[in-house]
Design a protein around this ligand. Structure first.
Ligand SMILES: NC(=O)c1ccc[n+]([C@@H]2O[C@H](COP(=O)([O-])OP(=O)(O)OC[C@H]3O[C@@H](n4cnc5c(N)ncnc54)[C@H](O)[C@@H]3O)[C@@H](O)[C@H]2O)c1
Length: 270
């Protein structure tokens, strides 16, 4: 059911790779709620061609940008403003990549050149996006920016690797830039800390199926799905959440505040 929550709003969605992506589901939901969109992803991801289906479904242009490249980001924002005929009301940052994880390097033996790249793609990129918007004065008064994160920023999760450090940095940038952009233009910046979800990035984590099953058993409401994540992000882009900023918002069925659940105890007693 749609509520027209984003009627007249214009947003950029980063990171839709395929129909499992959190960004893909969010783009569909934002479109249903009346938003106009621009879709962006890294040029290498665009070559897969999948995103063209989403572009058609949401009637949105696709503009490539590597989030670690300031020239790409400038071009993306300039072209988006041209397309919209004005400023931008919301941004979804749904971008992550761990090079050490990908290449099987253990956390205790990180290859720092890869770690730097991970931090740039997965965390510093939020600063790059916000700074580009700031320099071009691309965001409208009261605009909303959401970046997706994971609870490994606060708790140790084996095999989440240097991505945990990247998420901690992402959440810190959210607070720091949230202060300045709030003061300047009442722009809100938050992270949504999502349950483990089967996507391309998620499935890269070693033992991910076990992770998902454990989180499902631990959470009073169960794991939040990609579509539920999309719904939550949509509320954060809407005018109903104008005073929420600089927060890390858990969207995890209660996992983050559960010590232990009956389901997990039963499993241990078997
Ligand atoms: N899946 C999960 O369990 C889960 C849980 C919590 C948070 N998240 C976060 O959600 C976000 C989206 O991930 P997802 O699970 O939908 O997986 P996904 O693989 O579908 O999305 C990751 C996206 O990042 C993009 N990307 C990578 N490098 C890039 C670059 N240099 N420039 C531009 N884009 C680049 C990829 O092309 C891809 O579209 C990530 O930040 C991820 O850490 C995922």
């Amino acid at each position: 059911m749609a509520y027209n929550l984003l009627k007249g709003k214009k947003g950029i969605i980063f990171g839709a790779l395929d129909d499992k992506s959190l960004a893909w589901r969010t783009a569909i939901r934002c479109h249903e709620e009346g938003a106009q969109l621009v879709l962006s992803n890294a040029p290498v991801a665009l070559r897969m061609g999948e995103i063209n289906k989403l572009a058609e479904a949401t009637n949105a242009p696709v503009i490539g940008a590597d989030v670690t490249n300031m020239d790409d980001l400038k071009k993306l924002f300039e072209e988006s403003m041209k397309h919209f005929g004005g400023g931008i009301d919301f941004i979804l940052h749904s971008v992550g990549m761990s090079l050490n994880m990908r290449k099987g390097k253990h956390y205790t033996e990180l290859y720092y050149t890869w770690s730097q790249k991970t931090l740039d793609i997965s965390a510093m990129s939020l600063h790059r996006v916000l700074r580009t918007a700031w320099d071009l004065d691309a965001l409208n008064e009261g605009a909303s920016v959401v970046a997706l994160t994971y609870i490994a920023a606060q708790r140790a999760f084996p095999n989440y690797n240097e991505m945990a450090d990247a998420k901690a940095m992402l959440e810190s940038i959210t607070r720091s830039f949230g202060y300045y952009y709030g003061m300047k233009k009442k722009v809100r910046i938050n992270t949504v800390s999502q349950s483990p979800t089967r996507t391309t990035a998620g499935s890269g984590v070693k033992g991910f199926d076990g992770f998902i099953t454990y989180a499902e058993k631990m959470s009073p409401l169960g794991n939040a799905t990609a579509d539920e994540c999309a719904g939550y992000c949509t509320t954060l882009f809407s005018d109903l959440t104008k005073m929420v900023t600089m927060q890390n918002l858990f969207h995890d069925g209660g996992f983050s505040f559960t010590g232990v659940s009956d389901g997990v105890i039963e499993q241990m007693e078997k």
